[in-house]
Design a protein around this ligand. Structure first.
Ligand code: FO1
Length: 322
């Protein structure tokens, strides 16, 4: 197992990425885990600043996330939504009563001059989250989905239209002028760093917004530690969400081989599920190392086992980075 003076940094969206981050948090000691959170899903709504992937990561690492939806809080009530509905307000984006407090508190702290990084640290402190959750940027970056019905802002596509439109491409508005948030580049380069992980989040919707920031991507390209991705695709399907649908719509075969090709030279290794073991050779032919284990995470034990495997796999690659 890993030495406890080593640290690990993971790039993550919500959903599957948060489960992997929880697994890492379970097997690592306090102070060993940094999470770089996607903020491309963020949007202003009902006068609030909604940060879905930051909140899913916070709630998951605090052990209070809704276990089924992949977002929001468990044991939630919906009085606010019901009242807003009666008043004619927008309720397509569901805000639970307890979840609402997070958004109101974030808005209040931002209005008082705190940065998103500072607000996230404060909220994590309030929820006793051990890991360090770092927004990718304090500057606005908004994921836009190009579809046959026009260009859609992320939440309009993902929630309002339930990812139904046919996607043709993506862009990350604001990425050219945005910079990594404080602490992010250090988390990708400090001396104690042992590995950088790309969580099994949607590459186009959750990871590429992070990589669209030039300073983050170049720091990862020049990393002196192994960069390991966990495939979000298992046996041609996504565990949850539109990853496979997006791949088909943009002309990609929804396979782990396409995931390997997408990350390309940015990564040294790819971890795939046992069900895709037959594709190991094809992926190794592209120059990547392949780790094979169960990547489907149902229980806490599954999450911890995948995290432990990823750490051991990274350590085994330690020397021979590409
Ligand atoms: N996703 C939905 O599919 N429906 C919702 O009503 C919804 C509400 C919501 C509220 C707060 C929050 O932090 C996330 C929420 N999400 C909802 C998830 C959000 O759309 C995320 O961006 C996606 O899950 C992708 O990460």
């Amino acid at each position: 197992m890993q030495a406890t003076d080593k640290t690990y940094t993971v790039l993550s969206g919500g959903g599957g990425g948060a489960k992997f981050a929880l697994g890492l948090d379970q097997v690592l000691a306090e102070g060993q885990l940094q999470v770089i959170a996607n903020t491309g899903d963020d949007f202003e709504h009902l006068g609030l600043k909604i940060c879905p992937d930051i909140d899913t990561l916070m709630y998951t690492l605090a052990g209070i996330a809704d276990p089924d939806t992949g977002w929001g809080l468990r044991d939630e009530s919906w009085q606010f939504m019901e009242s807003l509905e009666r008043l004619g307000g927008e309720t397509w984006f569901r805000l639970g009563d307890r979840d609402l407090a997070t958004h109101v508190r974030r808005k209040e702290l931002l209005a008082s001059g705190s940065t998103l990084t500072e607000v996230t640290a404060e909220l994590c402190r309030s929820m006793s989250v051990r890991a360090s959750i770092l927004p990718m940027s304090d500057d606005p970056v908004s994921t836009q989905i190009h579809t046959t019905e026009g260009v859609l802002p992320f939440q309009e596509y993902f929630v309002h239209l339930q990812t139904e439109p046919t996607a043709t491409g993506f862009d990350y508005a604001g990425c050219d002028s945005a910079h990594a948030a404080p602490g992010v580049l250090a988390a990708l380069g400090h001396d104690s760093l042992a590995a950088i992980f790309i969580a099994p989040s949607n590459p186009w919707l959750s990871i590429d917004p992070i990589l669209s920031l030039g300073d983050i991507k170049s720091t990862i390209i020049n990393a002196r530690v192994p960069v390991i991705a966990v495939s979000p695709i298992v046996a041609g399907k996504a565990i949850k969400g539109p990853t496979a649908k997006l791949m088909k719509e943009t002309g990609l075969d929804p396979s782990v081989t396409s995931i390997a090709g997408h990350y390309g030279d940015l990564i040294d290794g790819l971890i795939i599920d046992e069900q895709d073991a037959g594709l190991q050779g094809a992926i190794e032919d592209t120059g990547l190392q392949v780790g094979i284990t169960q990547t489907v995470m149902k229980s806490h034990e599954d999450k911890a086992a995948l995290a432990a495997f990823a750490i051991d796999f990274a350590i085994s690659l330690g020397g021979n980075k590409k």
